[in-house]
Design a protein around this ligand. Structure first.
Ligand code: HEC
Ligand code: HEC
Length: 365
């Protein structure tokens, strides 16, 4: 129901030489890898997005444009030395766990602060945790009830949503292009997203078995089976996703309370069988899902992906869906300062949809 933009990930990758599936060691794919040896090639760009955001700089701070392999810029050499220092700290003091990252020290600045700024800002009041916390089952039950209840939700067997959403294009998704989205969904897990921009169309979907993306140039790709992207797409494809959360994660636990956009929320951590744990924030008052937070692991640090769900309204069948979905960054593998917002303009439940509509397209010749 709350399908995330698989599109973002693969769209842009079509314009880059290294595909999301390329898990070969980086040194076999790129020209001048010295410290990131053994890191999967498909992690290099996300690593660079992380470093860029951690230091608050542009790629050109360390790179000669079009010659990323060149070691001409002294900052690139400095960054290599920093990476080794960071790994050494994590190895020597934290048992090899990646607890110190570029961001730990840099916090968005080229030179980390070494003196406290005066006056010391007052600490933010922590969200008061009201004991006892509800159980996972209670939180999920309240969520489903808030959406209209399981019975009402199961009467919906198909849905067509029209919306507006910028498509992230260009390097790291940094060039947003306005587009109209038509999303068709059918039980159990068939999805077709058609994005129409002024000058081009792109599409993605889930055919019941696998996710796919059709890029601007007509190429059709699927994420590596069993990988993080494939598994995320599989979980999100179900029209009844809110009803199946417990099956989607191997374990779920209530972690405490947090504040999300001015609302007190219960934080539930769900660990899928493959990939990294995800955080789900449920409104303490309404029970609705306010935020889903996940990350991609990279060598210099975790790249976060945050999705906020707002403006829940009823569809024609009386179940609630979020009419505004905000993504930051624009996709799980985009540059961290990008954002994208999906705004629903129309939704219609139980529209007759032919199964043929959801077949993975063959690539354009
Ligand atoms: C703070 C410095 C720094 C910034 C900023 C940075 N990089 Fe890098 N980049 C490096 C270093 C260091 C390496 C080499 C890693 C190694 O030796 O294993 C590298 C390697 C690369 C490579 C592999 C090149 C090759 O063929 O060997 C690519 C591609 C790349 N960076 C892209 C980018 C992009 C795109 C950005 C901006 C989003 C960026 N980098 C930002 C430091 C940086
Ligand atoms: C333990 C803290 C720490 C960590 C972790 C760390 N740095 Fe630094 N970094 C520093 C400090 C301190 C300086 C300033 C050094 C100086 O002024 O000579 C610095 C300076 C730099 C500079 C030079 C900036 C400039 O404009 O002069 C670069 C580039 C850099 N770091 C990149 C990185 C990257 C990339 C990572 C992650 C792989 C990283 N750092 C992780 C502490 C850290």
């Amino acid at each position: 129901m709350f399908r995330l933009p698989a599109i973002a990930a693969s769209l842009l990758l079509a314009t880059i030489a290294v595909s999301a599936q390329d898990a070969r060691p980086a040194e076999e794919v790129y020209k001048n890898i010295r410290v990131l040896k053994g890191v999967p090639a498909n992690q290099i760009l996300e690593s660079m997005h992380f470093i860029k955001a951690a230091l608050g700089v542009e790629c050109e701070h360390c790179h000669v444009p079009m010659h990323m392999d060149s070691d001409e810029k002294p900052m690139k050499l400095k960054a290599r030395a920093m990476y080794q220092m960071m790994n050494e700290i994590n190895r020597a003091s934290f048992g090899g766990r990646q607890l110190v990252t570029c961001y730990t020290c840099h916090k968005g600045h080229t030179t980390p602060e070494d003196l406290p700024a005066m006056p010391i800002p007052a600490a933010e009041a922590p969200v008061e945790t009201k004991a006892p916390l509800p159980t996972v089952d209670q939180i999920l039950a309240k969520y489903v009830a808030a959406l209209g209840g399981e019975q009402a939700m199961r009467t919906v067997t198909s849905r067509v949503i029209t919306a507006t959403q910028d498509i992230p294009t260009g390097p790291g998704g940094s060039i947003p292009v306005p587009a109209k989205l038509e999303r068709s969904q059918k039980v159990p897990n068939l999805v077709l997203d058609l994005y129409a921009a002024e000058k081009f169309t792109v599409a993605d979907g889930f055919d019941g078995t696998a996710a796919w993306t059709k890029a601007q140039n007509g190429t059709v790709t699927s994420p590596a089976p069993g990988g993080v992207d494939a598994e995320r797409a599989r979980r999100a494809a179900s029209l009844y996703e809110p009803l199946t959360l417990k099956e989607q994660y191997q374990t779920m636990r209530v972690d405490g309370m947090a504040r999300v956009n001015g609302h007190d929320a219960y934080l539930v951590i769900g660990a899928p069988a493959t990939g990294t744990p995800e955080r789900l924030y449920f409104d303490e008052q309404t029970g609705l899902l306010l935020r889903k937070w996940s990350y991609v692991e990279t060598a210099p640090g975790r790249v976060p992906f945050q999705v906020d769900f707002e403006d829940y309204r009823n569809t024609n069948s009386g179940v609630k869906i979020p009419f505004t979905i905000r993504m930051a960054p624009a996709g799980p593998r985009m540059e961290l300062q990008t954002t994208s917002t999906l705004r629903v303009t129309n939704v219609k439940d139980n529209v007759p949809l032919d199964d043929g509509k959801f077949v993975k397209p063959s690539p354009a010749r």
